[in-house]
Design a protein around this ligand. Sequence first.
Ligand code: NAD
Length: 503
Amino acid sequence: MAIQIPSRQLFIDGEWREPVLKKRIPIINPASEEIVGDIPAATAEDVEIAVDAARRAFSRNGGKDWASTSGAFRAKFLRAIASAVLERKSELALLEVVDTGKPLVETASDMDGVASCFNYYAELAEALDAKQKAPISIPVQSFKSYVLKEPIGVIALITPWNYPLLMAAWKIAPALAAGCTAILKPSELASVTCLEFAEICRQVDIPPGVLNIVTGLGSEAGASLASHPHVDKISFTGSTATGIKIMTAAAQMVKPISLELGGKSPIIVFEDGDLNNAAEWTIYGCFKTNGQICSATSRLIVHESIAADFLVKLIDWSKNIKISDPLEDGCRLGAIISQGQYEKVMNFISTAKNEGATILYGGTRPQHLRKGFFIEPTIITDVSTSMQIWREEVFGPVLCVKTFSTENEAIELANDTDYGLGAAVISKDLERCERLTKALQAGTVWVNCSQPCFDQTAWGGNKRSGIGRELGEWGLDSYLSIKQVTHYISYEPWGWYSPPQSS
Ligand code: NAD
């Protein structure tokens, strides 16, 4: 099936705009390795224009056009976006497949996620109006205080390639709900659906400059956006290495940041669970989206009494995963995003082998696929805690395995990481699950599952997995600034100084 990728420009101030330096970046379909189009490559010059557009949109008409409108007013745009995404769902899902190599079934569900995120934040935008001027109880009668929740200002939204439009939605929806204006810089490896999203913004008549979409390289467009003095906040999702650069740039201006970074999340399987259910959650937790999920539970910690049987089950389940052209019916494992990422994953596997680990299953390109960045789901055993495969994020379909004998040992192994994004526990003993839920150092703990994520819950990491939370009310709060207002309501003079004779 030939899918035509629309040729687009940057989206700035409500209009398509050619990059000042007229540069473009090729789009490579990861499943065919063919160039299928290109995207505009913004540089610092374009970022300057986009930030200026967002600033003007924020303060236009004294804020009355956007920033200080009611939440209910902004909610109408969010709902219109959600409907337009659903109308174009099948086209957007196909474009996302060609751009990322993800199976169609996943990208279609991502588009549902995008629409539900906008509808959810429309609700929160409406609810925000009633939360304004919330009185604060203070112990002094002569004063009254309340709190205003105001949009922070112009926000830089920098996003990764694994869920291109969904990760953008997790930021755009709450930022716009709050009344902020924004510049989105998607990943240069997957920007196609974000550019189509610009067309949706035009269609629903978002005021010019409220959302600008600037595609381009991280080192050029991303870096100049992150260091721009007129950006009031940076919300970033991506690798910990880039997160450090963003934090450094923001620190120069004491600029607030939200960081959603990498992970090396554990899944602990106890001996009392249903082994088939546990096996399915384990492979789903690590091989969905080809393991290119920040929260992939890529370290399996399994009770020694069931380890041998469980590994046999994992191999059986893995053999059953259909690896194919991501547009084929039934495909559950597509291609890795790029040649660079493919090589990185292969290097992780060969380093693990060189360090003495065993490649129990997979580890190579599937025999039946000659083209495309495909890697078999891979299970690695005989792993020690000092090995690279145990410590570093692979961001590919690679599961490493260790066994444990006691609950405490499982907790220690699970927490033996610089990251703290997700963790999963599989056990029928719910009291034990509760103990582990408290002991695991992670922003999310899944009990008897791995990966499901809902708009209403909080998303984010501890330790080097990030700062702040997205989704839920916490996601909205991260784009709001709290202003406390205090009134002196007594007619009595304050009386701190002696009044001058003449008064
Ligand atoms: P990346 O850090 O390479 O890139 C992320 C974004 O940052 C891209 O848009 C890129 O162009 C931009 N960028 C790169 N260098 C920059 C710079 N110097 N200044 C400003 N922007 C710059 O990450 P990636 O490879 O696109 O995504 C994979 C990573 O994202 C993984 O580590 C994964 O764990 C993480 N991730 C985290 C979450 C989460 O919610 N915690 C979600 C998805 C992905």
